[in-house]
Design a protein around this ligand. Structure first.
Ligand SMILES: CC(C)(COP(=O)(O)OP(=O)(O)OC[C@H]1O[C@@H](n2cnc3c(N)ncnc32)[C@H](O)[C@@H]1OP(=O)(O)O)[C@@H](O)C(=O)NCCC(=O)NCCS
Length: 174
């Protein structure tokens, strides 16, 4: 296998079963209990900003993006990001993140948020969100809440409970 055999495509409905299988392999049944999963349950993800990596007609990696809001801030939530084990450490994960960020910037997204490892995402332009600024609908390691700011000042507008953008008002004070 060479990287020349890997192609990248915007996600379509036809990719769903393979993406589900990749995420099951990467995260197991525990994925349904994750904070980010709970947010993503609130509505659809953005297929235009979500991408797959393909090898010989098979999906080998996926990244998804979902519109979220918190306080007066709007953002996209990046994830899940997963790569089939046989294709890890080839730069495919990094490439998918870069594609998602570029697509988000092109559509006018203010910032991209995720729950993930700072050592991996830091070099891709993500920084820790100050502890206590936002909260998630399920327990999460606050040091893993990261943001990539596209529009200056946009991360500071994210405050309080994070929710899917379709869940207007959920988790906000009355
Ligand atoms: C994390 C994941 C998406 C990385 O994708 P990938 O295509 O294998 O990674 P890349 O080739 O882009 O980058 C590889 C580099 O990242 C490093 N890396 C991988 N996972 C890392 C992590 N969790 N923390 C820090 N560094 C990490 C590798 O050691 C490698 O470093 P090197 O370039 O110095 O050798 C992939 O390993 C995966 O699917 N893991 C299981 C699911 C998961 O944890 N997803 C992320 C949830 S936030």
């Amino acid at each position: 296998m060479s990287l020349a055999d890997v192609t990248y495509l915007p996600e379509t409905l036809a990719h769903d079963p393979e993406i589900e299988s990749i995420n099951e392999e990467a995260f197991g049944p525990g994925r349904f209990a994750r904070a980010a999963y709970k947010i993503r349950e609130g509505g659809p993800h953005e297929r235009d900003l979500s991408f797959v990596a393909m090898n010989g007609g098979t999906v080998i990696a996926s990244v998804r993006m979902t519109r979220i809001e918190a306080g007066s801030g709007k953002a996209h939530l990046l994830g899940p990001l997963a790569v089939r084990p046989a294709f890890k450490n080839l730069g495919i994960g990094r490439k998918l993140v870069a594609m998602a960020l570029e697509a988000a910037a092109k559509t006018g997204s203010a910032c991209v948020v995720l729950v993930g490892d700072e050592p991996y995402y830091g070099p891709l332009g993500f920084k820790r969100i100050p502890r206590g600024q936002i909260s998630m609908p399920r327990p999460v390691d606050l040091d893993r809440l990261l943001a990539h700011e596209i529009e200056p000042g946009s991360v500071a507008k994210l405050t309080g409970m994070v929710h899917h953008a379709d869940q207007v008002g959920v988790g906000e004070p009355a």
